[in-house]
Design a binder for this molecule. Structure first.
Ligand SMILES: Nc1ncnc2c1ncn2[C@@H]1O[C@H](COP(=O)(O)OP(=O)(O)OP(=O)(O)O)[C@@H](O)[C@H]1O
Ligand SMILES: [Mg+2]
Length: 448
């Protein structure tokens, strides 16, 4: 998954990914730790037992073999075929239910505002019922499985009793040949009953293996580049790039210069491809044609780690982690000192706000940063970008949630920062673009 980030994970169902790394991997663990060894143990023990029982008379050995194969091989294969995709359905239904509950909790405000509570509740009940139904089917099947296995064992024990009694009465075997094979068979079903219980999980394990292999074999959108010579930053540019996410072209023939010491503004309507251009600069995605250069080197020839070090990318939505404010900012430079963090926060007009909090920089941020306002979150994103202190700052709508006072502080900081660097400023606000040295306007994926 790490290799597939971020492009190949962007559109995927997150609930599905979570169950892949939890239940699928767990099933495989169970398979390797608790399935392979029982199979080996069963084969070995039962071979010894068949030989031992067969040493009294070949027909007794043959009957024991038939008993073991029926309970340990034929039964699990049949049950596995019958249970088919039930386990798989349970997995996807419980993933779907978890995702639905999570989505409902996140969307509580909208649900209350538009009075959709009843409809959400019905949705949740429907999903819960479907899951209970499948779970019930599986439990029933497991019950049948155990019952049938026990019936098989009783039938074979009886058959052994009758056969050994017949051989004894005919004088073919002595008394020990009557009693010992019977006791041996009755007490040796343990290893094969362990196999009989595999029936209901076998198909799921195979399906889980398939899903894990699929994700391992999936080709990442961009491969990590290593082993290239480091380059010193000297500006960037895009040369006639074309890009599509798979359908229509989102960017068409974009040629643009991002010189050193300059602030380059990009303005354009929602959906015209501004954020996409920044993602391509980060090499999250690959251009369909044309090339992007940083320091006169095609970014396909720059070590990925070096490229990401040279660039500071502030995304449109700032993602916060459940941790302190200081640690949330520190992710941009893990070895930063407290002073560096404070300086970055001052540049992002965030320091004064943090000082008003009861625990200052050590204040915990709630899950997803819900305890902060949109503007505060955005300024944390900016503080990260300042702290990272990269040569090429790619800022996607950095001021969209800010009042003019905070905006002014940040613009001043950006102006100061731009010395020796390049700042790419994507924004709808003309007040923000005022500080840009050059402003390009984008329309339907083209620059004009
Ligand atoms: N991962 C994706 N897969 C498919 N299409 C995408 C993906 N991301 C964005 N798009 C589409 O690409 C187009 C450009 O999106 P982009 O995010 O670059 O626009 P934008 O100019 O940044 O818009 P905004 O100002 O609203 O942020 C949009 O039509 C969008 O629907
Ligand atoms: Mg955007």
């Amino acid at each position: 998954m790490r290799k597939l980030c971020p492009a190949k994970l962007e559109g995927r169902d997150k609930g599905d990914l979570i169950s892949l790394i939890t239940s699928d991997v767990e099933l495989l663990e169970v398979f390797y730790a608790h399935t392979i060894s029982p199979i080996c143990i069963a084969i070995l023990t039962e071979l010894v037992m068949v030989t031992f029982i067969g040493s009294y008379h070949w027909s007794l050995g043959l009957l024991a073999l038939a008993a073991y194969v029926s309970v340990g091989v034929i039964l699990p294969v049949i049950i596995s075929k019958i249970s088919g995709t039930i386990g798989d359905e349970i997995r996807s239904q419980s993933g779907g239910l978890a995702a639905y509950v999570l989505e409902s909790i996140r969307g509580l405000d909208e649900t209350i505002q538009y009075g959709n509570g009843q409809q959400r509740l019905e949705g949740m009940n429907k999903k819960t019922n479907e899951l209970s139904l499948s779970q019930g089917q599986l439990n029933k099947l497991t019950g049948y499985n155990i019952a049938i296995a026990n019936t098989f064992i009783l039938v074979f024990d009886t058959a052994m009793l009758l056969l050994s009694a017949y051989l004894y009465s005919e004088g073919i075997t002595d008394f020990s040949g009557f009693i010992i094979p019977l006791i041996a068979l009755m007490s040796s079903f343990g290893p094969v009953t362990a196999l009989a219980n595999l029936g209901t999980t076998l198909e799921n394990t195979i399906a889980s293996g398939g899903r894990v292999l699929d994700i391992i074999e999936e080709k990442p959108e961009t491969e990590e580049i290593t082993g290239k010579q480091s380059v010193k930053y000297s500006g960037a540019d895009c040369d006639n790039i074309i890009f599509s996410y798979g359908g229509e072209n989102v960017l068409e023939n974009i040629t643009i210069e991002f010189p050193e010491n300059k602030i380059v503004g990009i303005i354009g309507r929602s959906g015209c491809g501004k954020s996409t251009l920044l993602k391509l600069m980060m090499r999250f995605w690959k251009t369909s044609s044309g090339s992007i250069h940083v320091s006169n080197t095609d970014i396909e020839n720059i070590n990925t780690a070096d490229l990401r070090n040279m660039e500071s990318y502030m995304t449109q939505e700032t993602q916060l982690f459940k941790d302190t404010i200081a640690n949330n900012i520190r992710i941009a430079k893990l070895d930063s000192t407290d002073e560096e963090i404070i300086t970055a926060c001052k540049k992002a007009s965030l320091h004064d706000f943090i000082m008003t909090l009861p625990d200052g920089y050590e204040t915990q941020v709630g899950e997803l940063g819900e305890t902060l306002s949109g503007g505060e979150r955005q300024r944390i994103g900016l503080a990260r970008a300042f702290l990272h202190n990269a040569d090429l700052m790619l800022l996607d709508e950095p001021t969209s949630n800010l009042d003019s006072l905070n905006e002014a502080v940040i613009l001043r900081s950006l102006k100061e920062e731009s010395a020796g660097k390049t700042v790419v400023l994507v924004s709808h606000r003309s007040s923000t673009l005022r500080i840009a040295d050059i402003v390009h306007s984008m329309k339907n994926g083209r620059l004009s």
